[in-house]
Every structure is written in C-alpha cells, then in structure tokens.
Design a protein around this ligand. Structure first.
Ligand code: FAD
Length: 304
C-alpha cells in the first residue's frame, strides 16, 4: 500500500506527488492522462517566473520533475470510486484496486463545449475557454462570449477592458448572471448582449476564427457575427462523477468540498485543483493547492 495515493496527473496532482515524495513516504500517482488540461493548452503566459511556455512543454517538465522522485506513476488508468477497508481503497475501471493510508484527489475539470461545427477545429485558434489565460491574445479585436451566467458576464467585463468589442450570446431569454454584474456589463460602452441566441457554427478561414453564426430563437433568422475570438463560458464540469455516493462530499456542481488545508469530508482524503471548491481555476493555483493537500496528508499520517 501507499502512504499517499494521488489521483490525477495535472498540475495539482504533480505538485502533490512531489511534495509527498519529498517527505520520504511511499507515493503513488494514478492518472488517465499525465498533464491534464495543460496538454490542451497552447500559449501559457501567466505561469509566474516563466513569461511564455506551451502546454505540452510544461506537461513534459511536470512529468520529468515527478520522475526525479520515487513516485510510482500509473497512467492510462481511471479511478472508479473511493472506499474504505482497513486502508483507503481506490478501485480502478480496469478492475484493480489501489490501497493507501491517505488519498489526494486531483482529477481536475473540463470545460463544457458548445458542440457546434467548427468548435473543435478552431480550438486554440480563436475558440477559447479561459479569459484570464487567453484574453490578452485578442487585444484590440472583436470577440464573443457564449453564456450569460456569472462566468460569462464576468468574462465579458474582463475582456471589455482589453478587446475592442464584446458580444454576449445567451440561449435563454434572460441572463442568469447576478444583477450587479449585469448592471456593470450594461454600463460598459463596448459590450452588446444578445439573448435568445442559439449558436450554430464557428466560422473560420482555415487557420483561425473569423466569425460565429447563431439563430435568433424569436424570429428564426440566422445571423453571422464577425469576430476574432469566441470565449465559451457555459460551465466548467469537475471530473468527480466517480465520487458520487462516496463519503466525499460534493457541492451541487460536483466540486469536492475542501477546507483551507485541502481536507475533504472523508478522513484521510484530501483534494486539490480544479476538481474542488477552490475559487479560480488556474495552473499556478492548482499547483499551490496540490502542495497544500500533500502537506496536510503528511500531517494526517504523522498523527495517525
Ligand atoms: P487537470 O489539469 O484537469 O488534470 C486532471 C488530471 O486528472 C489529469 O491527469 C486527468 O487525466 C486525471 N483524471 C481525471 N479523472 C480521472 C479519474 N477518474 N481517474 C484518474 N485520473 C483522472 N491555466 C492557467 O493558469 N494559464 C493558462 O494559460 C491556461 N490555459 C488554459 C487553456 C485551456 C484550453 C484549458 C482547458 C485550461 C487552461 N488553463 C490555464 C487552466 C488550467 O489548465 C487548469 O486550471 C489546471 O490544469 C488544473 O489543474 P488540475 O491538476 O486541477 O486538473
């Protein structure tokens, strides 16, 4: 059995594994895909002290750093639950079960996609999901934000300070964002809000996004917006389906509930990164959270 078993191999899981292994305790890391969302990222400009890097390069450095320690890395395996016998048990989809004295959950999240033609083709070539990450790439250009919830309107306000113009497209007939955010957005001169808009296609010139088509759900007319970028803000879904029904408490959005030390509601189980209730989902924040969870797991082990 392990002393610490990390589930997930993104920035949170990698940081947790390194911090745990540096305590000289038996550390395992199981992940479907090492690198996590970082593998889907092109330019990264906010990983502090590294002015520019690219996702696959950062993911390779993460893996190399973890491999400098005696971490038992198991990839291409999916955790299917969490339970407790004498030790904590993590059953895998393959049928095997991993046992450990403590567990750190770092399974991350995925952006909900529009599922319209062109979206996958132009992902990272105009289709973006993170305004903190990619907003500055669209300086002085016209962009759209799809989604009129809190994250969509926050993104629009954020982007409006950088880009020339923001069009918000909301499927419903009203915005779901908090009134205070809506007021702020409406007061900005370069944000236009269109409700009853069903996005139907991401349009591009073969190398980058040039626009977006949507249907006006009231008139039934199809319209084309000319744009350089599209920010999809229709939800971030935590990869925590496998924890449903376990002792690990989730919010109604599926986020693992953690305290400031990264502890979950299940004894000996800690969590970090995008899969949790941590505010703001970013690489640097996930890494810090992974370190916190590992130190808390170590603290738990020396007390039990
Ligand atoms: P993830 O990176 O999501 O990693 C989760 C890990 O868990 C993966 O290894 C996955 O395979 C594994 N996993 C999931 N489910 C299971 C399971 N059941 N069993 C086993 N393993 C499992 N942030 C920035 O700071 N700057 C940026 O420029 C930036 N750009 C981004 C661009 C894109 C396109 C995307 C999608 C995200 C971007 N982010 C950026 C956000 C950043 O990538 C995330 O905040 C960060 O990766 C979260 O780290 P994590 O370790 O919590 O989760």
């Amino acid at each position: 059995p392990y002393d610490v078993l990390v589930v997930g191999g993104g920035p949170a899981g990698a940081a947790a594994a390194i911090y745990a292994a540096r305590k000289g305790i038996r550390t395992g890391l199981v992940a479907e895909r090492f690198g996590g969302q970082v593998m889907d990222t092109v330019g990264i400009e906010n990983f502090i002290s590294v002015p520019y890097t690219e996702g696959p390069k950062l993911a390779a450095s993460l893996e190399q750093h973890v491999k400098e320690y005696g971490v038992d890395i198991i990839t291409d395996q999916r955790a299917a639950g969490i339970g407790k016998g004498e030790l904590l048990e993590v059953p895998l989809a393959s049928g095997a079960t991993l046992k450990s004295r403590s567990v750190i959950l770092a399974t991350g999240a995925r952006w909900r996609e529009l599922n319209v033609p062109g979206e996958a083709e132009y992902r990272t070539r105009g289709v973006a999901y993170c305004p903190h990450c990619d907003g500055p790439f669209f300086k002085g250009k016209r962009v759209a934000v799809v989604g009129g919830g809190n994250s969509g309107i926050e993104a629009a306000i954020d982007l409006a300070g950088i880009v020339e113009h923001v069009t918000v497209l909301e499927f419903a007939d009203t915005l779901r964002a908090d009134e205070v955010l809506q007021r702020k957005a409406r007061a900005m001169g370069n944000i236009e809000i269109i409700t009853n808009a069903q996005t139907t296609e991401v349009v591009g010139d073969g190398s980058k996004v040039t626009g977006m088509k949507y249907t006006d759900r009231v008139s039934g007319d199809s319209r084309l917006l000319e744009l350089a970028g599209i920010f999809v803000q229709i939800g971030l879904v935590p990869n925590t389906e496998f924890l449903k029904g376990s002792e690990v408490e989730l919010t109604r959005f599926g986020e693992v509930m953690i305290d400031t030390r990264g502890a979950t509601s299940m004894n000996g189980v800690f969590a970090a990164g995008d899969a949790t209730t941590v505010p703001y989902k970013q690489i640097i924040i996930s890494m810090g959270a992974g370190a916190t969870a590992a130190l808390s797991a170590f603290d738990h082990l020396i007390r039990s």
